[in-house]
Design a protein around this ligand. Sequence first.
Ligand SMILES: *[C@@H]1O[C@H](CO)[C@@H](O)[C@H](O)[C@H]1NC(C)=O
Ligand SMILES: *[C@@H]1O[C@H](CO)[C@@H](O)[C@H](O)[C@H]1NC(C)=O
Ligand SMILES: *[C@@H]1O[C@H](CO)[C@@H](O)[C@H](O)[C@H]1NC(C)=O
Length: 458
Amino acid sequence: SVINRFTSVFDSKTAELLSHHQVGIKQSFPKEGWVEEDPKEILQSVYECMERTCEKLGQLNIDISNIKAVGVTNQRETTLVWDKETGEPLYNAIVWLDLRTQSTVERLINSTPGKNKNQLKTGLPISTYFSAVKLRWLMDNVEEVAEAVLTHRAMFGTVDSWLIWCLTGGKSGGVHVTDVTNASRTMLFNIHTLDWDPELCKYFDVPMEILPQVKSSSEIYGSMNSGSLAGVPISGCLGDQSAALVGQMCFQDGQAKNTYGTGCFLLRNTGIKGSVAIAGAVVRWLKDNLGIIQSSAEIEKLAGDVGSSYGCYFVPAFSGLYAPYWEPSARGIICGLTQFTNRSHLAFAALEAVCFQTREILEAMNQDYGVPLTQLQVDGGMTSNRLLMQLQADVLCIPVVKPSMSETTALGAAMAAGAAEGVGVWSLTPGNLTTIPTDKYQPLINPEGERTASDLDQ
Ligand SMILES: *[C@@H]1O[C@H](CO)[C@@H](O)[C@H](O)[C@H]1NC(C)=O
Ligand SMILES: *[C@@H]1O[C@H](CO)[C@@H](O)[C@H](O)[C@H]1NC(C)=O
Ligand SMILES: *[C@@H]1O[C@H](CO)[C@@H](O)[C@H](O)[C@H]1NC(C)=O
C-alpha cells in the first residue's frame, strides 16, 4: 500500500497553485490490524518533494528566494518516538488506523467508573485511534522506547512534530513543537486549558517531558535548517483535516467540509469533527481483495451501469466503527444479496456506504450544533468520482460543493504559514483571497425520497 506525500507552492496573492511534487511512501502491515510507516522514509519523501518542487519553480523562472514561509500538514494521530541525542526514530510510526491497542483500550475503559469511554476534558472517546494509547503501547512493548524514556532521551510526537524537529535541525537544535489541532488528537490535551493535562498524562502514565511544546497553528516555530529553502521560516502547522477546513475557507461559523481520502473526515467550524475510518479504502478493498475492479477509477463506471445497489448494503467497518459509534470491535458486512446481485451492485453499495456514513456524522453534528448544514464543501481524491458526489448530495438532501482546485489541504497549511505574525502575506479572514471556483452537485431527490422535478426534466 502506498501513501502519497506532496509539496505544493502557492502564489501569495491569488492562492493559485504554482508548482507541485508528489512522492509515494510505503505503509506496511506487519500483523493483522497493524499499520506502520518508516519515519525516515517519511522525512526523505518530504526533503525530496521540497527539492523537486524548487527545481520545478526554477524551470518556471520563479526565484525560490520568493518563498516566504513553509506550512506543514499531515496525518494527526500517527505516533512516533525518537531519540533526541542520536536523532534516530526508536520504532516505526504507528499509523492512525492501527488496531494493536484494542486490548489496552478495553482495559482502560473497564477501569473507568461506569465504563464510560468519553473523556470530557479531551472531547474524545477512548479509542485505538488517538495517540496516547499508541504511545502507551510503544512504552510497554518496545525496549528501546522504554529505555529512552527512562534516560530522558525520548521525544514523542505526531508526524508534524517529527518533521518540524528534523527540518529545523534535528539533534542539533531542532524545535520540538506541535500545534493545537494535533495536540487535541492525542488524548493528553485539555481542550479547555489548551495545554497538556497533568491528570491525563498520569492516567496514561506518560511523562510530560517527552511531549512537544504546544503552539498555535500559525506562528513562526523555527527555520529550515538545510536544503534549497534553508532559512525560510516554518510557520504553519495544522492537522490535515483542519488544514482542509482552512483551505476551503470555512471561516464562518457553521460551515463544514468533508474530505474523501482513505477515510472520510467531516469538520465543522465549531471544532467538531467526525471521522469515518473507511472511505477510499473500500474501493481499494474491492480492487485488491476482491479483484472486481482493476483500478480505483473503474468503480464509477461499474456502479453507474446499474444506478442502484438493488437492495444490497455494505458496511465497510474493516477496522471498527468510528464516529458516531466508536465501536472498535465492529467488523464489515455485506447484506441484502440476491440471485441478481452482481459486482456492479456491490460497487454501487460501496459508494453508497461512504455517503451514508457521512450522513450519520452530519446528522450527529446538526443535532449537537442545533442548526442544520445547508451545503457541504468537499475535497479529497474520491471527489473526482461524479457519481459519488451526486449520490452524496442525494443522500444528504443538500448541495455538495467541490473546489476545482484539489490541493485544499496544502493550501490551508500554506495559508496558516503565510498568515503568521512576522510573515503576514495574507490574513485568515473571509474575502482576503479570491474565491476558488467550484463544481456544485444539487440533490436530485427531496427529503421524502421522491425524485425532484429537475431530475424528471433531464
Ligand atoms: C498537526 O498535525 C497535522 C496533521 O497531523 C500536521 O500537518 C501539522 O503540521 C501538525 N502541526 C504541528 C505543529 O506539528
Ligand atoms: C449487473 O446486473 C445488471 C442488471 O440487473 C446489469 O445491467 C449489469 O450490466 C450487470 N453488471 C455486470 C458487471 O455484470
Ligand atoms: C489580505 O491580507 C493581507 C495581509 O494582511 C493584506 O496585505 C491584503 O491587502 C489583504 N487582501 C485583501 C483583498 O483584503
